[in-house]
Design a protein around this ligand. Structure first.
Ligand SMILES: Cc1cc2nc3c(=O)[nH]c(=O)nc-3n(C[C@H](O)[C@H](O)[C@H](O)COP(=O)(O)OP(=O)(O)OC[C@H]3O[C@@H](n4cnc5c(N)ncnc54)[C@H](O)[C@@H]3O)c2cc1C
Length: 632
């Protein structure tokens, strides 16, 4: 093992076999940086004509395309400079001025309008800016600390406009996009109802086609509709009758573009955060909508919802990271200035632990977001819905824990709204992030089921043989032997991931590969054991999803830190250290999940949790008697 690392220090190869670092001897430092920088830029340029192989799904079959360890170079130097000078800097200046003047939400929205940010992802021919995913991500950071604006923009661009741009006909785009891109009108995305939260099949709203086929009459109520106050157009999901096989009729969800005059908007909800985002119930009563206003195919509502709801979730990663980044300055300054027990807070190990942890998580959130955006920009129709969902889950949870750690450090100063150090507003706003845009648990199930299904298709033959061991003794024995070898201390590593990261991270890359191999064997085991019942094993599915999410954090950080070191960015050595900490922390979590999956529900505590929960439901609430109870 040691020899292999030494070798990797001398010959750090990129995926195409080019040598990026020739030696790690200090006298060669300048040469190395120049060489690695040029070579790195060369290999990281990927043409959009290529298709990507899905990262997380492939982990479940024990594969990791080494290309993913090359952090995407999403913008050329010139593109980046132009984007910064023409877009980012002017907006930043305008926002700074508004901040100084204590601008209100509408002032910020006017600025957003002025810079054309209501049509970020819309083609220029329809008045939009046609920004790439990476550019949109960078832009979203500017509004991170202004959560209401950030939410309004996400709902407008990443849900409404994206849906219209992807699924709208030319006529629909021509009709609606110009007004919406100019910001003159807004767009709202309306899926949820009283009985329909996570489960789209529970949509009660109906859309009945008129006899002459010219229009639909829509009836129903949609809850939790953001941007409803300003919306001119509502994207409404409603049930329609769709002809199925053998002259039968099926009810399927269809998506409609509904104009404002057909919609009643309720008073705004009193939400626990995001006070300036208007959230409403909307009511449609015999609302007449032309048949031409069906968005996408009739009955395609489910596929459209998933693609739109999950597609841009990766943007949340960078937004949430920038909330933590934005607040980190005041936390650091408090740690330096505030003295207790004769020492500044920054001297205490428990403070250092929190600051270090927040920094690592913020780094991971940013890396995962930009990794996903880069893949979207580089590849043709990339398969990244699982990755996008993984970014949202990881980032919303790390934002919550990061804010909690900040609150702990700032202590009483953070607990009132009027203290300059208060982060209470951000804590309030963050409380709904794990629920909005699909709950994190539903997203976890989505990741696990999709990755397992992908693996299941490829492992069909193996699983079939494993389920009939008596007829396939030799095969079963070999599988068992392979599995034992992988769970041993030094499994044979064939992916050679260590060759594709910076030498300082090669041990991390090898450790990741060991987990990928173990994951593959666990997937085979679970398919063999549960087969058709696998989707019912939710506690196991959560663990599979967490392995995928944490592996994505590890992969993204390895790739980003490798790039930073290769091109000699400021703080690159620190980035290597951060990446190592992320890998250490999240591989431990992966190990825990692997161990618990291997133990199975009867030995890892899951069965007990199920029984305890059943007892709570049977009892109607918490059931153990009071600790002071006496029965003698
Ligand atoms: C701030 C905010 C903004 C929103 N904006 C919009 C919007 O603009 N448009 C819109 O249409 N909606 C919007 N929503 C609604 C949001 O999409 C839903 O709240 C979300 O999908 C969850 O639905 P629910 O609240 O009904 O929870 P439920 O679906 O009732 O779920 C309750 C709990 O059960 C869990 N659960 C449900 N099904 C399963 C299962 N099969 N297996 C395991 N666990 C399960 C969930 O994870 C959750 O923990 C918004 C919500 C919030 C909080």
């Amino acid at each position: 093992m040691h020899g292999r690392h030494l070798f990797s220090k001398l010959r750090w190869k990129c995926s195409c076999g080019r040598v990026l670092l020739r030696s790690n001897h200090s006298s060669a430092k300048h040469d190395e940086t120049t060489l690695s920088k040029t070579s790195y830029c060369e290999v990281s340029k990927v043409s959009k004509s290529r298709t990507n192989s899905p990262i997380l799904k492939n982990l479940f079959v024990g594969h990791l395309d080494t290309n993913v360890l090359i952090f995407p170079e999403a913008l050329t130097k010139r593109e980046l400079e132009t984007f910064n000078s023409k877009v980012i800097v002017p907006i930043e200046k305008s926002l700074e001025a508004l901040d100084k003047e204590n601008g209100k939400v509408n002032d910020f929205l006017d600025a957003v309008k002025q810079f054309g940010l209501f049509g970020q992802n819309v083609e220029e021919s329809h008045g939009g800016r046609n920004f790439s995913s990476t550019e949109m991500l960078r832009l979203s950071e500017l509004f991170a600390l202004n959560e209401p604006i950030s939410n309004i923009l996400f709902n407008h661009n990443s849900l409404g406009m994206k849906c219209l741009s992807l699924f709208g006909t030319d006529a629909q785009k021509q009709n609606y996009l110009p007004k919406l891109t100019s910001g003159e009108g807004g767009i709202a995305f309306c899926v949820s109802e009283l009985n329909c939260g996570s489960d789209l099949s529970m949509v009660d709203s109906t859309a009945n086609l008129s006899e002459d086929g010219s229009h639909y009459l829509i009836n129903g109520q949609k809850t939790w509709v953001q941007n409803a106050t300003n919306a001119d157009v509502f994207i409404v999901f409603a049930k329609t009758n769709v002809s199925a096989k053998q002259d039968k009729v099926e009810e399927k969800v269809t998506v409609f573009l509904v104009e404002r005059e057909g919609v009643k908007v309720s008073e705004p909800y009193q939400t626990i955060g995001l006070k300036d985002v208007s959230v409403h119930t909307i009511t449609l009563e015999d609302t007449k909508v032309p048949a031409d206003n069906v968005l996408g195919e009739v009955g395609a509502g489910f596929q459209i919802a998933i693609q739109i709801l999950y597609g841009d979730l990766f943007m949340k990663g960078s937004v949430y990271a920038n909330i933590l980044k934005g607040l980190s300055g005041q936390v650091a300054s408090h740690c330096i200035k505030r003295k207790q027990f004769g020492k500044a807070l920054k001297e205490f190990g428990l403070i250092q632990e929190k600051v270090g942890k927040m920094t690592c998580d913020t780094y991971a959130m940013e890396s995962m977001s930009y990794m996903t955006a880069g893949i979207l920009d580089h590849y043709l129709s990339p398969d990244v819905l699982c990755e996008s969902a993984a970014v949202k889950i990881f980032s919303s949870e790390k934002l919550a824990s990061g804010l909690q750690d900040m609150q702990q450090i700032l202590a009483s100063s953070s607990c009132t709204y009027d203290n300059p150090l208060s982060i209470a507003r951000h804590i309030d706003n963050a409380r709904m992030n794990t629920i909005a845009n699909s709950t994190n648990e539903i997203l976890r199930l989505y990741i696990a089921l999709n990755c397992l299904q992908h693996a299941g298709l490829q492992m069909q033959e193996t699983v079939r043989k494993m389920r009939s061991p008596l007829y396939n003794l030799g095969f079963v024995f070999k599988e068992g032997w392979d599995s034992m070898k992988t769970s041993g201390k030094n499994p044979a590593l064939t992916l050679k991931l260590y060759q594709h990261v910076h030498p300082d991270l090669s041990v991390c890359a090898e450790s990741l590969e060991v987990r990928v191999l173990k994951l593959k064997h666990l997937v085979t085991k679970y398919w063999t054991t549960y087969f058709n019942e696998l989707q019912e094993q939710q506690m196991a599915l959560k663990r599979f999803a967490d392995i995928a999410i944490h592996a994505y954090a590890v992969i993204s950080c390895l790739a980003r830190a490798t790039r930073s070191k290769a091109i000699g960015l400021q703080h690159a050595d620190q980035e290597i250290m951060i990446a190592r900490s992320v890998v250490l922390k999240y591989l431990k979590k992966i190990d825990d999940d692997i161990q618990n999956l291997d133990l199975g529900e009867h030995s890892n505590g899951d069965t007990e949790l199920k029984k305890i929960s059943e007892h709570v439901m049977k009892n109607g609430s918490y059931y153990p008697v009071h600790p002071l109870t006496r029965n003698w």
